[in-house]
Design a protein around this ligand. Structure first.
Ligand code: SAM
Length: 238
């Protein structure tokens, strides 16, 4: 069954190229992923379709209004109900959230494979952020892409979706390939080589041409470990 993501965003068009091409395009066309977009502007009642207002207490910038977002949530809930889908967690992208890591992605994936949920709602903030009362009432998880400030939650949402989608069984050509990626075993990936055997005077490590699968596996493990030790020793502590 498809995992459904309901995405609340003022800019659904941002997702278009990603939604229709590559790994995500394949997941959508194979029915493994269902993406539904909700624009808060469609849940306003004034002629200007206002979704933001000035902050109480003054200061620069605008704040996203709670009401259009709450109305989006109500519409999502009733759509899910009409389709017999149980509502899952609501995730807000925010610099104040927990860091997006592979283990967080694996946790989302485990929730779907263990049947805990087949649905996530993603909320993309804009402007100075969202009225805190909406967050307090509707959001269960806050996720940050890192210690920097982006203009909106759309890139973090696409990042989570992409990392999630490539881990859905059957979506990549070979499921083993994502199992061997960086972070899956708290290691960085080993280096990769392809033709030609010599490129600008640099030869491929001879073991890779030996045809000896055991030795190749050992070499890859050793190199991955050495690389992790030198570039990301923090991973080994895990
Ligand atoms: N005033 C906010 C602050 O200083 O924390 C920044 C607001 S930012 C301009 C607008 C929106 O972009 C946020 O509400 C959030 O949804 C998203 N965003 C910005 N940086 C992010 C990050 N590092 N991780 C996740 N989302 C982020």
């Amino acid at each position: 069954m498809a995992t459904r993501f309901d995405i609340i965003t003022l800019f659904p068009d941002f997702f278009e190229p990603w939604r229709t091409t590559g790994v995500c395009g394949r997941a959508v066309s194979r029915g493994a992923l269902d993406l539904v977009f909700w624009n808060p502007r469609q849940f306003t009642s004034d002629v200007h379709q206002t979704v933001d207002d000035r902050p109480y207490g003054g200061g620069p910038g605008m704040v996203m209004l709670a009401q259009p977002l709450a109305d989006c949530m109500a519409a999502i809930s009733s759509d899910l109900l009409s389709k017999g889908i149980q509502k899952g967690p609501t995730i807000l992208f925010s610099p104040a959230g927990q860091s997006l890591t592979q283990s967080l992605v694996e946790n989302c994936l485990a929730q779907t494979s263990q049947g805990q949920t087949g649905q996530f709602t993603l909320v993309c903030g804009r402007y100075e952020g969202i009225d805190q009362r909406f967050i307090d009432r509707y959001v269960q998880v806050e996720i940050s892409l890192g210690d920097f400030v982006l203009s909106g939650g759309e890139i973090p949402a696409m990042t989570l979706l992409d990392a999630f989608t490539r881990r859905i069984p059957g979506v990549l050509g070979d499921d083993a390939s994502s199992q061997q990626d960086s972070f899956m075993a708290n290691l960085l990936d080993h280096p990769h080589y392809t033709r030609p055997e010599v490129f600008e005077g640099q030869a491929v490590p001879p073991v890779l041409l030996s045809g000896h699968h055991g030795k190749i596996a050992d070499w890859r493990k050793e190199v991955a470990l050495a690389l992790t030790k030198s570039k990301r020793p923090d991973l080994l502590k895990k």
